[in-house]
Design a protein around this ligand. Structure first.
Ligand code: FEO
Length: 398
């Protein structure tokens, strides 16, 4: 499958994985993208996860069509892309791995082998000529591991972007049994949904590094972005670049209120949903809710970053806050949640503590405006609770 003259897609779909990175549900699977540039020299652009080694090697050999690879470009050493580095270097003794300095140590760590001069270290701005195609390397540390680099293919204007601009979801390309449509080339429609969940949960902590990358990208004439997951992007590139700029600068993407709650016996949930009802009845402000104990945590993180306003609602539990809310707050903290307005609803029957703990968590985050006072539910929703929720709603919707 050619994505440009003499550049083939040889990636694979994984639709039977239960959890990506051992934690993220991927109901539509995920793709491990890999590419082959056949020129005077032949370069493999990354390998794939060990789960799909056989399928990938069959595709690789078919695409090689009897030729031997001269280079294996290793953009990222995470096992979903680099599991077959050793296999390639052993199978093709004349093939040289091309990687960043930091990747050399990771190759040894993962495979227990020192490949010595079989690895060629490249630095920022260095180029590698394959014939008509030339790759220029761009270091992209912490997007999302320290050794990550990208490469820009000058002839076709392709940015091989590693994890950046990737998304969850298999590609359903021709040849994947049981799949209908060719989704190899992405469109703006629907892209952000699983790309946003992927970005904030996997890359989100490293917004500053993404900002640096975007500045480098602005100097390139990019016609296609070829990520390591998800579709290849060739149209409306400004949309993807601008969306990444919004995400990586921690600015909200949409106006709206996201209410994340958990509830022991339904009373905190009742308060959270009552707040949603009051907002909907009195404004056009978009409201989204998530029951943290039942809904996908990664999606809750995504929505927290998506909207400009967040409300957390949780009961007191063991003199603290219900653990699933603690987990949510921890996720927000490690993903550098910032620049948002936050409302807090607690519940407590004899010694309410949840509100204080949630308040303290947001005080530690950057540029969070907490709406005061917090709403304190005394066991069940009563007339006073509704009055307090209305006050919170007015503060949220102005
Ligand atoms: Fe898709 Fe960071 O690996």
């Amino acid at each position: 499958m050619e994505i440009a003259n003499n550049i083939k897609y040889i990636g694979v779909d994984d639709t039977d994985i239960d959890l990506f990175e051992g934690q993220y549900t991927v109901p539509e699977g995920i793709s491990y993208n890999s590419y082959l540039i056949c020129d005077e020299k032949v370069a493999i652009m990354d390998t794939v996860d060990a789960r799909k080694t056989n399928e990938w090697t069959e595709k690789l050999e078919a695409a090689l069509n009897g030729r031997k690879p001269d280079y294996l470009i290793i953009h990222h050493m995470e096992p979903d892309h680099a599991s077959n580095v050793k296999l390639v270097l052993e199978k093709y003794p004349d093939c040289v791995g091309v990687c960043s300095q930091k990747a050399v140590a990771l190759v040894k760590r993962f495979f227990g082998v020192d490949f010595g001069n079989r690895l060629q270290v490249v630095k920022e701005g260095e180029s590698l000529s394959l014939g008509e195609h030339t790759l220029t390397f761009i270091m992209a540390p912490m997007i999302h591991w320290p050794e990550v680099m990208m490469s820009y293919e000058q002839k076709e204007g392709i940015l091989f972007a590693a994890d950046a601009f990737g998304k969850f979801g298999a590609l359903a390309h021709p040849g994947s049994e049981g799949m209908a449509a060719d989704k190899l080339h992405g469109t703006v429609d629907g892209w952000a949904c699983e790309a946003r969940r992927y970005y904030f949960n996997i890359v989100g902590k490293y917004g500053a590094m993404v900002q640096t990358l975007l500045k480098k990208a602005a100097k390139l004439d990019i016609k296609t972005i070829a990520p390591l997951h998800g579709p290849i992007l060739s149209e409306d590139l400004n949309y993807y670049l601008e969306t990444y700029n919004t995400w990586s600068s921690y600015q909200p993407e949409d106006k709206g209120v996201f209410i994340a709650y958990c509830s022991l016996h339904g009373n905190t949930e009742e308060a959270a949903l009552k707040l949603a009802e009051i907002i909907k009845d009195n404004s056009d402000v978009k409201v989204s809710t998530s029951d943290l104990a039942r809904d996908d945590m990664a999606e809750a993180i995504e929505d927290a970053f998506r909207y400009d306003r967040l409300v957390v609602a949780a009961p007191t539990y063991d003199a603290g806050v219900m653990p699933i809310m603690q987990d949510f707050l921890h996720h927000l903290s490690i993903k550098a949640y910032q620049n948002r307005t936050v409302g807090i609803i607690e519940n407590g029957s004899w010694a309410p503590a949840a509100g204080k703990i949630m308040h303290q968590a947001f005080e530690q985050m950057k540029n969070i405006s907490i709406i005061e006072p917090i709403v304190s539910v005394e066991s069940t929703v009563k007339e006073k609770t509704v009055t307090d929720l209305k006050a919170l709603a007015w503060a949220l919707i102005g």
